[in-house]
Design a protein around this ligand. Structure first.
Ligand code: AMP
Length: 541
């Protein structure tokens, strides 16, 4: 017997309509190049979304055509998200930090019809446009007076595009399984692969991100998404905030800028923010050097790469709870979240410190398992570690236009490429990327754990551990450090600092210093590049 409930589609259009009707008066504040504090309401935003939808409609595109964005977190990017998805097109967000050749590849692979771009990326577009013959128009997200001078054809000004368009629009009915957004993963090898989100997966993921043990977003919140809208939809914040009716504060091109972030938090009363560890390092360094505080901030969600314990402990001193989360582009992105901070009073300091560095429990909707090399499932005992696999309604089933490329190698489980252990309560500890694991004498060393400890040293700004060939052990860990410029620290001091914090045999055999850490387009340490840089390195005899 079937249930007797309405078959009502889960769509981005329903998010928009709910937000306008219920939370129309709530504010969106943005930093843009043409206005350091643009502010308007959700009602204003969705009025402009309808103007943009009218303009897009006049361009004569077909349903599911791709509209690309190359933009920071701001209100025009937000409008483009909604106008394209609710019109039945696919909003393809492009990461401007990719190499120009990769950007050309993904624009052509996605067959983008129009590209919306922030004026900051104009030089990049002038460079790549001649190699993207399928693009029918380039829309610069600014006002007429800030338009770049150009000889390029089909260049439009965003504000002119929407000016004089009516602010009413008849939104099409959309099947919940239709695509709404596209984001390419920036793998370290081969071409980027497209992850194609559906309306349904996005709405379900939105519910998940708002749950109390997840990002806990409510109408009382003022949310500062520092995680970019050009990468995995800013972890779903541009959907969750309108659903909840939370005020949104968008930092534009000031994402990594400590002083601007502190000013936005204090001036706008930000209660919750989300970002990768690097942005928090910048904010904390700014607070440390100025003595400023961030008293309205209640919690930060940290993910994208491992969050060092030292970052969490420094946030404690400002009364800010750090939520360590894990996920990936293929997972929309949220998979797990560590909300143990809410229960810290139940534990002694050491137990709590141990509990908070893992990435927490799976969010309901995401199933996880770990397997050994023979695909045999490993126990959740907090000790065994193996390949981490996931499944659920907001996890990718196959990549866009890569026919036959199932994203799954183990039945219907998605292989994350991460190595992890899981404890009896489902807390996941990420040990490494599969290709970054270090095997010393046949035993695995968690480079992430060693890096976390090393980053706790006051003179260390960033740390990475890679495996290098060793005549006796096969591989041994080499610690690579960027100093924070405030003083010196010798290899023996660093090794002594690690002693007692990690297993003795995990302590790196040597330390090398570099000026700058190589990062990927999504801000992760580029271990492949480090392995190239230290290709000829040999451990001291
Ligand atoms: P991306 O698809 O670019 O978002 O990258 C996803 C990958 O980032 C994951 O597979 C992990 O390797 C890594 N990652 C994300 N969050 C964390 C975390 N909290 N700790 C460690 N690694 C993480």
């Amino acid at each position: 017997m079937q249930g007797l409930m309405m078959d009502f589609p889960l769509t981005i259009t329903s998010i928009m309509e709910h937000a306008e009707r219920v939370h129309g008066a709530q504010e969106i504040v943005s930093v843009t190049r043409d206005n350091p504090r643009h502010r308007y309401t959700y009602a204003d935003a969705f009025g402009r979304v309808r103007q943009l939808a009218n303009a897009m409609n006049a361009w004569g595109m077909a349903s599911s055509d791709r509209i690309a964005t190359l933009a920071w977190n701001d209100y025009r990017h937000f409008e483009t998200y909604y106008a394209s998805a609710c019109s039945g097109y696919v909003c393809h967000t492009i990461n401007p930090r990719l190499f120009p050749e990769q950007i050309v590849y993904i624009i052509n692979h996605a067959e983008d019809q129009f590209v919306f771009l922030d004026p900051d990326f104009w030089p990049l577009i002038e460079q790549v446009a001649p190699q993207c013959p399928g693009v029918k128009g380039w829309v610069v997200m600014t006002t007429a007076e800030h338009m770049p001078e150009t000889t390029l054809a089909n260049v439009h000004c965003y504000e002119d595009v929407i000016a004089n368009q009516p602010d009413s629009f008849d939104w099409p009915a959309i099947d919940e399984n239709e695509a709404c957004a596209l984001c390419y993963t920036s793998g370290t090898t081969g071409n980027p692969k497209g992850v194609l989100y559906s309306h349904r997966s996005t709405v379900l993921h939105t519910y998940a991100t708002m749950m109390p043990d997840s990002m806990n977003i409510s109408s009382a919140d003022v949310v500062l998404p520092i995680v970019p809208m050009f990468h995995v939809n800013a972890w779903g914040n541009p959907y969750a905030c309108p659903v909840a009716g939370a005020k949104m504060v968008m930092p534009g091109n000031k994402m990594g800028d400590g002083p601007t972030l502190a000013a936005l938090i204090n001036e706008e009363g930000v209660t919750m923010s989300a970002g990768v560890p690097t942005v928090w390092l910048n904010l904390l360094a700014h607070l440390r050097s100025t003595g400023e505080r961030v008293d309205t901030l209640q919690r930060v969600v940290v993910g994208g790469s491992a969050c060092p314990l030292s970052v969490m402990e420094e946030f404690d001193t400002y009364g800010v709870d750090t939520r360590h989360a894990w996920g990936m582009t293929e997972m929309s992105p949220l998979g797990t979240s560590n909300s143990s901070g809410a229960r810290r009073h139940q534990y002694d300091a050491e137990t709590f410190a141990n509990m908070r560095t893992n990435v927490g429990q799976p969010i309901f909707g995401v199933e996880v398992k770990i397997t050994d090399d023979d695909n045999k499932e490993l126990p959740w005992d907090g000790v065994a570690f193996g390949a981490l696999k996931v499944r659920g309604p907001w996890i990718c089933s196959s990549y866009f236009k890569l026919d036959g490329s199932s994203a799954h190698e183990d039945g219907d489980w998605f292989e994350t490429g991460d190595v992890a252990s899981i404890d009896s309560r489902g807390n996941v500890s990420i040990t490494d990327r599969t290709k970054d694991v270090i095997k010393s004498g046949g035993e695995w060393i968690s480079s992430i754990e060693v890096e976390n400890c090393a980053t706790g040293h006051p003179m260390v700004a960033e740390a990475a551990v890679i495996g290098r060939i060793h005549p006796k052990w096969g591989e041994r860990p080499l610690l690579i450090v960027v100093k924070n410029g405030e003083g010196d620290v010798s290899p023996s001091e660093l090794k002594a600092f690690l002693d007692g914090k990690i297993a003795k045999w995990w302590i790196p055999d040597d330390v090398q210093y570099i000026e700058e850490m190589p990062h990927t387009a999504t801000g992760k340490i580029q271990k492949m590049k480090l392995r190239e840089m230290f290709n000829d390195y040999q451990f001291p005899a």
